[in-house]
Design a protein around this ligand. Structure first.
Ligand SMILES: Cc1cc2nc3c(=O)[nH]c(=O)nc-3n(C[C@H](O)[C@H](O)[C@H](O)COP(=O)(O)OP(=O)(O)OC[C@H]3O[C@@H](n4cnc5c(N)ncnc54)[C@H](O)[C@@H]3O)c2cc1C
Length: 379
């Protein structure tokens, strides 16, 4: 138990860091975000070293639902209401572009299928209409939807991916470009210019910590702004009895599922049914949430195929609903806190941190700052 359905192939472990190494930048965390930072740093011609406590994609990045969604975790109409139309539209546009880029870059791993937001009740259906109106007003594509899944919205530019395959492919690509990546090298201490792991030390000019859940364990100064939660999923053997052609987001996104190319169902959700227990850094599945997922799978989705996988992982939620992209100490950047939807947003935050660490501007960081300032002014 606690193995994601995505772990299909063997992975040749990367070395552990030993001794002292030097680079311009050290990236802590080899999930989708840390690897995106390393890609950006390579493009900027900067030397970088990446370290991870476990394996590449061993955190949420390789254990998630595989949805690639435009926008922040909050739906677009809520983002407009809280953070202003200019910032919301700029952020949405950049996430949609990132999805296109991913699908072009790795078409076998990332597919643009569109996604469905399905309402659980009349109040949510009314919110779907507001969501649709806000997207269309800002020039984004969305359609009302009614089908076997229920009623709501179709967002044609969203997609799905095999998340673990993608991060492993990114790591391999970086290694082919001679990037130094180390697994099983937990960071114990970060002081300006030095990152200390169990087996070795990185000397560097800047550090980027790209960790979503448990970020506050590495950087306790963020503990008032980010909280770690557990999210849980299960998956089945191929289920020819159902046919979901698009990933589905249900009940404000609390439940989410997709049918994989081989017919298996990957389903997650119900965190809010045990909210206190799920605010935890423990990443083991629980009987209670797994029971709810199983009931939903059988009764709502009508899937009869056997359950083959159950798993969980940690993510970070922020108090203002915006991701963290901060220089927490001079030359020490932190990114994380994607509020449950970090595949695309995490990569954009990490690439922005890489640019900022190199003294470059970042349109993503500018738009996030605009969103943050708007919220502070209004609330
Ligand atoms: C069940 C589940 C379903 C989800 N579904 C979706 C979805 O469908 N779509 C979506 O967009 N998002 C989804 N998310 C959220 C998304 O997975 C995360 O926001 C995203 O993957 C975060 O990636 P990351 O690289 O920032 O962080 P992580 O994947 O958390 O990677 C951080 C890495 O840092 C390493 N690390 C931690 N501490 C240390 C240390 N001290 N020293 C060295 N390394 C350290 C970890 O080992 C880990 O590999 C889901 C999350 C979960 C758990």
């Amino acid at each position: 138990m606690n193995t994601p359905i995505w772990d299909e192939r063997d992975w040749r472990p990367l070395p552990q860091l030993t001794g002292t190494v030097r680079a311009d930048v050290c990236v802590v965390g080899l999930g989708g975000s840390g690897l995106a930072a390393l890609e950006e740093l390579a493009a900027l011609g900067v030397t970088a070293i990446g370290v991870d406590a476990g394996e590449v994609g061993g955190g949420a990045a390789g254990r998630n639902g595989g949805f690639v969604l435009a926008g922040l975790a909050k739906f677009f109409n809520e983002t407009v209401a809280e953070h202003g139309e200019t910032a919301a539209a700029a952020l949405y546009r950049m996430t949609a572009r990132e999805i296109e880029r991913w699908a072009e870059e790795m078409p076998a791993v990332v597919r643009i299928t569109g996604s469905l937001r399905i309402a659980a009740d009349a109040a949510e259906l009314a919110d779907c209409q507001k969501h649709l109106a806000a997207l269309r007003y800002c020039g984004f594509t969305a359609e009302p939807y009614r089908g076997p899944e229920g009623e709501g919205l179709l967002l044609p530019t969203d997609g799905v991916m095999q998340p673990l395959e993608r991060v492993r492919a990114l790591a391999q690509r970086l290694r082919q470009r001679e990037a130094l990546l180390y697994e099983n090298s937990p960071v114990r201490k970060i002081v300006p210019g030095v990152v200390v792991t169990d087996g070795g030390t990185v000397q560097c000019d800047s550090v980027i910590v790209a960790v979503d859940g448990r970020l506050d364990e590495i950087l306790p100064e963020l503990s008032g702004r980010i909280r770690t939660a557990r999210l849980q999923m299960l998956a089945t053997a191929p289920a020819p009895e159902v046919g979901f052609t698009r990933p589905v987001y249900y009940r404000h996104g609390y439940e989410y599922w997709q049918q994989l190319p081989n017919g298996s169902i990957a389903l997650g959700g119900f965190r809010d049914h045990a909210l206190q227990q799920e605010w935890t850094a423990d990443a083991e599945p629980t009987e209670f949430i797994q029971g709810l997922l199983e009931q939903f799978l059988r009764e709502r989705l009508k899937v009869t195929a056997p359950i083959t996988h159950r798993w969980a992982a940690s993510v970070g939620y922020t108090s203002d609903g915006l991701p963290i992209l901060d220089e927490v100490q001079p030359k020490l950047w932190a990114v994380g806190g994607y509020n449950g939807t970090g595949n695309i947003v995490g990569a954009l935050c990490a690439r922005a941190a890489a640019r900022l660490a190199c003294g470059q501007r970042s349109p993503w960081a500018d738009a996030l700052e605009l969103a943050r300032t708007h919220r502070v002014k209004v609330h």
